[in-house]
Design a protein around this ligand. Structure first.
Ligand SMILES: [Zn+2]
Length: 323
């Protein structure tokens, strides 16, 4: 059988015929990397003696313009294009994490389930693929009650899906969503978000603990108040053997926008000024203390460091290592 050995000229001819390789339009140089068949949607690493597993819930897209509603629309579009990001649809990853430290296995947020976005809701499958069983989870820390973080909390029988877990949420966050008639205090387009939060929080109520700033979930795992994105948003700090990591939730949302334009706020940031102040406080802390960070919507697995850069910041992703 003759073996086809392409010459350089053949390859150039093939390239010219293949639209994906053709130049011309100012493209995003799209490097498409579908996770199907490529990864199990989880990523394991250590902080001191703590074993952390990032577990993806999938992804969804939001309107890119909404990421900086206090900026000119053209400035937001230019920023996205300069960072090889889509100027119209913003691609959001969803990085849950399981923290194993001492006798505790703490999961952060429960994802969309099948209720919020068709492209999300994969956390339970990815948890199983990572070898973590749902009955082992001792605590579920809820950063806030937005759909992509909490709508996956209940099964078809309206029961919380982690049977042995204590659910921990900021008391201020719980109270804000559960305020009588909250549904009529928000814009009509946000009413389904309130109803979903109330149904989700109600399902886990028998297992729920309301936390204040500084609440220790387990030794070495602490909640810190990071309000702004929502009224009672919480982030977590994990400390072990001198190492530490900040798990931001949505207090820091995008590795480029939130860091390089920390003063921009988005349409879904409930308290804009407080969102910006909290973000700067957290970024200053992790940059000064050289803490690692893990952010929910950063590109998977969302782990890295932050350095100060003048009045802004830069994200240094953690490098993949095989050992
Ligand atoms: Zn979110």
């Amino acid at each position: 059988m003759a073996v086809f050995k392409p010459s350089r000229r053949d390859i150039l001819k093939l390239s010219a015929a293949a639209p994906a390789l053709a130049l011309g339009t100012p493209s995003l140089a799209a490097i498409s990397a579908p996770s199907n068949g490529q990864s199990n949607g989880h990523f394991k690493f250590k902080i001191g003696a703590a074993n952390l597993t990032v577990v993806s819930d999938g992804h969804f897209t939001t309107l890119a313009r909404n990421i900086g509603i206090n900026a000119d629309e053209s400035d937001v579009a230019d920023f996205m294009t300069a960072h090889f990001l889509d100027a119209s649809a913003h691609y959001e990853h969803t990085n849950h994490v399981v923290i194993e430290l001492g006798n505790s296995k703490v999961l952060v947020d429960v994802g969309s389930g099948y209720r919020a976005a068709a492209t999300a809701g994969r956390m339970r499958d990815n948890l199983a693929a990572a070898g973590i069983s749902e009955s082992e989870i001792t605590h579920v820390a809820l950063t806030h009650a937005h759909p992509d973080h909490i709508w996956g909390i209940r099964d078809d029988f309206d029961e919380a899906i982690f049977p042995n877990a204590e659910y921990v949420i900021g008391g201020a966050e719980f109270d804000w969503w559960m305020t009588d008639d909250r549904v009529h205090m928000v814009e009509e387009t946000a009413q389904s978000v309130v109803i979903g939060a109330v149904n989700s929080l109600t399902a886990a109520l028998p297992q729920m603990t309301m936390a204040m700033d500084g609440h220790q979930i387990a030794p070495g795992i602490t909640l810190i108040a990071s309000p702004g994105h929502t009224f009672g948003h919480m982030s977590l700090i994990v400390e072990s053997e001198g190492d530490s990591i900040l798990i931001t939730g949505d207090a820091i949302r995008d590795p480029y926008v939130s860091l390089e334009r920390p003063d921009w706020f988005s349409k879904v940031d409930l308290l804009p000024e407080q969102t910006v102040a909290t973000r700067r406080r957290l970024l200053d802390m992790v940059a000064a203390d050289r803490m690692a960070i893990l952010s929910y919507h950063f590109p998977f697995p969302g782990v890295g460091h932050v350095v100060a850069d003048g009045d802004a910041y830069r994200f240094i992703p953690a490098l993949w290592q095989w050992n």
